[in-house]
Design a protein around this ligand. Sequence first.
Ligand code: KIV
Length: 271
Amino acid sequence: MYANAETAAPVTVPELRERKRRGEKIVAITCYDAGFARCVDEAGVDFVLVGDSLGMVVQGQSSTLPVTVDDVVYHTRLVARGLRRPLLVADLPFMSYRNAELALANSARLLAEGGAAMVKLEGAGWVCDVIDSLKRHEVPVCAHLGLTPQSVHMFGGYRVQGRGESAAARLKADALAVQEAGADALVLECVPAPLAADITRELRIPTIGIGAGVDCDGQVLVLYDLLGIATGKRPRFVKDFLQGRDSIAAAIAAYADEVRRGAFPTPAHSY
Ligand code: KIV
């Protein structure tokens, strides 16, 4: 059962780690406008991401790469107007955090103009220096590893990451590195479920999975996927929660309920 959005306390950055400690699942979803933001707030969602997936599902682009900081600021501002309780997280788009100075300037816009409480960025390696700088300037950070869509051309497509011993060891080392750099949470996308479970056990910070199995500390889905209105081939990890239900509110509430009970994702939605 989720808390009533009218009375429940807002979800904060420290609360995410508390959730992990208490073994309570984090329900996350992407959102891009105020109307849907009201729906996800009322459904008791904890973590709302204005993802650069907006490039694909809202703008109709073939990847997330054309999304700009202006786009994310605009959509974050819209979503902020519809939210009361969930933590609002905004994506730093492609090339917007290629050095620490740029990352700071663009994160300041997402927090100050957009109203986000946390930024998300993809990768490890040199990105750890950026995370460290953001944290030293009091910007909460969600890292993102596994299938990082901004690297689609390097991967040669949208493929599962961390398969095989050496790739798994690299991914685990990256997860520890982003935590040490100061990340407050970690999205794991399209990662074999046993590897995501292992990383989740090792980290102090919560993991939020998408195509990463049920043992992550939370789950995230793209809103349009969850409602069955995304176009193109449906990835294995997606479930259409609107099927068999008569409203968007019921679909989002069912998603939140299944995540909290550990009923979603099933092995059929995992790698
Ligand atoms: O951009 C996005 O929506 C994301 C989620 C899929 C995690 O990064």
